[in-house]
Design a binder for this molecule. Sequence first.
Ligand code: FAD
Length: 473
Amino acid sequence: MRTLIWFRRDLRIIDNSALFNAAKHSSDGVVALFVITPLQWKQHDDADCKVSFWIENLRSLSASLARLNIPLLIKTCDTFGEAPAVVLKTAKKHRCSALSFNREYEVNELDRDSEMVRLCRANDIVVQQFHDRVIVPPKEIETKQGKFYSVFTPYRKVWNTKAIEYSQPVGKPSKQPDVGVKPSPIPKSVAGFDFTNDFRDCYPAGEAEAAKRLKHFASKISDYDQARDIPSLEGTSELSAYLAAGVISPRQCMAAALKAKGGEIDGGNQGATIWISELTWRDFYAHVMVGFPRVSKHKPFKLKTESIPWRDSESDLMAWKTGQTGYPIVDAGMRQLNQTGWMHNRLRMVTAMFLTKNLLIDWRLGEKYFMENLIDGDLAANNGGWQWSASTGTDAVPYFRIFNPFSQSKRFDPDGEFIKQMCPELESVPAKSLHDPKKLSNAIEELGIEYPDFVVEYSAGRQRALDAFKTNA
Ligand SMILES: Cc1cc2nc3c(=O)[nH]c(=O)nc-3n(C[C@H](O)[C@H](O)[C@H](O)COP(=O)(O)OP(=O)(O)OC[C@H]3O[C@@H](n4cnc5c(N)ncnc54)[C@H](O)[C@@H]3O)c2cc1C
């Protein structure tokens, strides 16, 4: 038997269930395939830098696979709708009687895979599908009534009882007999995507880089509980781009965290415990996406919030996108996104809440902008984060708890170190003035600094949001 392994967002050879099993059970070698779908990626708002990151990782994946005698073929078609036919044609051409892939959980991906299974059945090709994207498969956790959880804390309780069982890495696949097929060249470009500003230097491709980051982070994981909220520190793992593209598995991350905790999920190293709970949030949002597919179709989880009278203000939206709102911590966060393709988690919450509450602009516009710019853009996590911030989602923040950007910066960037790094025009403003609207306005005037006025006055914006949410949330 020869197997075709279809890579998607699992661009690694170590601890890849579909690849490991294909290599284990194929007597006549393995052929690998990746399908580029530019139009679909555009429709999904995938960022230029993220697509570039995928392509760079294909280069590294192809080299690793070649060492196992597995050639990586790269094909292109416009959309997911066309992909199954391309996969089938490739399987037939290379005499593969089995197809192996890791499951994806979004609606379009599930439709694509159902069609793939149908085509394979009709053509006598055995399909092997694996849960590999998250630690505990989405349907393995259910309430006593057999339903999906929509609240994180009880979900996590059950997750904790299952996580160790599902955290065993599958290891490295074995070397295969030569199938005599030449790997495809790696494309230099993808139609419709601009790779000129792809932050390649900040995110080197490949499993070795991901492993290096994990090792480095593991050496300071005990500081995570203190450092993770401070944007001026490198207090988090910065593994999200690698996890989103599947260059590292969540099981590998879990293994590193468990090691720091002596193998126990409860107790022990507090930093590692909190980091595991972030990995649990990642699983939770995939669970929510499978249980409530409307969230991946631009619908709020809380349907009542459909009637919130979102404001239509192109100029306010633009001020937010470009980091020109006059609120230093918000502007610093948005500029970090625009300049690096990544944003610190605390700032994702602050900027998302600012857009949806203080500016009362539809969360879907923010979700889209993040997706269009994040190197780690992931539908489940991004949607979950946005709906949490906008109070429209599962387990969302109560609508009346609105972050005050000045209190947030005072707490998490007291010396203004991060703000000044991202907003250099504020360099000469004393730190305490950065956290107080009146002092900030005075300092800007006195120092003659060019920095925008507040896009909305804080109390007025807050009250407007409270009024809009009161009857609709
Ligand atoms: C509005 C908003 C949008 C977001 N969009 C995305 C997104 O598109 N892609 C994405 O991967 N994360 C997203 N997040 C979650 C989080 O901000 C990032 O995962 C984190 O900042 C990545 O940095 P890190 O790798 O250093 O994380 P660490 O703190 O080191 O966490 C480790 C890993 O856990 C996962 N994780 C951490 N926090 C969360 C969370 N709250 N929800 C889900 N998974 C989490 C990520 O895979 C992350 O790499 C979003 C959060 C918010 C509030």
